[in-house]
Design a protein around this ligand. Structure first.
Ligand SMILES: Nc1ncnc2c1ncn2[C@@H]1O[C@H](COP(=O)(O)OP(=O)(O)OP(=O)(O)O)[C@@H](O)[C@H]1O
Length: 295
């Protein structure tokens, strides 16, 4: 469990993070979303004790990173994608980091198999593609078999197949009750990966919660030969949040009610429904709405 409470950081005149609070639970993937310069990397660096906050605290399992007894076995992190010795092979890099972290040598083969690094273990790191580098960073972070993973833009440079792999991989790790925080500015990338999202903009929290709940503002599209009658019924609920828009002679778009509520009202009044479809905006659209303050 990660807890961020009232974190703030300024660099000169730039406010990178401002009074930010959120939780990251174990057992699910949490996405940390925001446009460029939103303060995601700075927040992760504060979480890992690499940047000192001006105010607030970030803890992992109740302790600051610096106070963890065996940090590299408890927290795996990928914060920037440089940092390999160019002449080392991927395998040599992992052997070196296993030795430095005090992890058993047998772990090197395991993480290479887990992350697909085995396929290019003998190549020098300077010859690796961005996607291969991402996998090697992930393998390095996993050497200590950590319960907590903090990954800054792990999808950068991965092709669609790589993204699909990453999604499955992180979900599997979360399924082992690990705590996983993944930042991204590519919202479609994390849409199917994360169950929770924390959205930031200009260093401030914009929204946090289950991805499913963030879709709550979405509309329901329906078709019925008795659309006019159904409209009257739905508006008759006298709930201020409910709006019903006629989008055709037999079509309505409803805000403020779930498909189940609409279907129950239709059934109760003997109204036939030919189609009822929740409109699922992409997280990208939702993010723009949230960030623009229209939701
Ligand atoms: N060491 C630093 N010195 C000065 N300004 C910094 C420093 N680190 C970050 N900033 C500034 O703080 C703000 C937040 O940057 P940060 O890298 O945390 O954002 P981000 O959400 O990770 O963005 P990106 O997706 O572009 O990496 C930016 O305006 C950035 O220029």
């Amino acid at each position: 469990m990660i807890e961020v409470r009232g974190l703030s950081k300024t660099f000169g005149a730039v406010t990178a993070v401002s009074d930010l609070s959120f939780d990251v639970a174990a057992g699910i993937v949490t996405a940390f979303l925001g446009p460029n310069s939103a303060g995601k990397t700075t927040t992760m660096r504060m979480l890992l004790g690499l940047v000192t906050p001006n105010a607030g605290v970030a803890t992992i399992g109740g302790r600051r990173y610096a106070d963890l007894p065996h940090p590299s076995s408890q927290v795996g992190a990928v914060l920037d994608t440089s940092g390999f010795h160019p002449a080392h092979t991927a395998h040599a890099h992992l052997r070196l980091y296993a030795r430095m972290g005090g992890h058993p040598r047998s772990r090197v083969g395991e993480v290479m198999d887990l992350t697909g690094v085995a396929a290019f273990a003998g190549r020098r790191t300077r010859t690796l593609s961005t996607g291969m580098r991402q996998r090697l960073h992930l393998a390095t972070a996993l050497l200590g078999d950590p319960r907590v993973l903090v990954l800054d833009e792990p999808g950068n440079g991965l092709d669609p197949e790589g993204i699909a792999w990453l999604r499955r991989f992180l979900r599997d790790l979360a399924g082992q009750d690990r705590t996983i925080l993944v930042s991204s500015h590519v919202l479609s990338e994390v849409e199917q990966m994360a169950e929770h999202v924390v959205v930031v903009r200009e260093g401030r929290l914009v929204a946090a919660g289950a991805v499913a709940n963030l879709y709550g503002a979405a509309a329901v599209h329906l078709r019925s030969p008795q659309a006019g009658q159904l409209r009257t019924v739905l508006l008759g609920r006298r709930e201020p949040a409910v709006t019903v828009e006629a989008t055709g002679s037999d079509a309505l778009r409803v805000h403020g009610l779930t498909s189940a509520e609409i279907a129950a009202d239709a059934a109760a009044h003997g109204i036939a429904l030919h189609e009822i479809t929740p409109e699922r905006p992409t997280l990208e659209k939702l993010f723009l709405d949230l960030a623009g303050g229209t939701v």
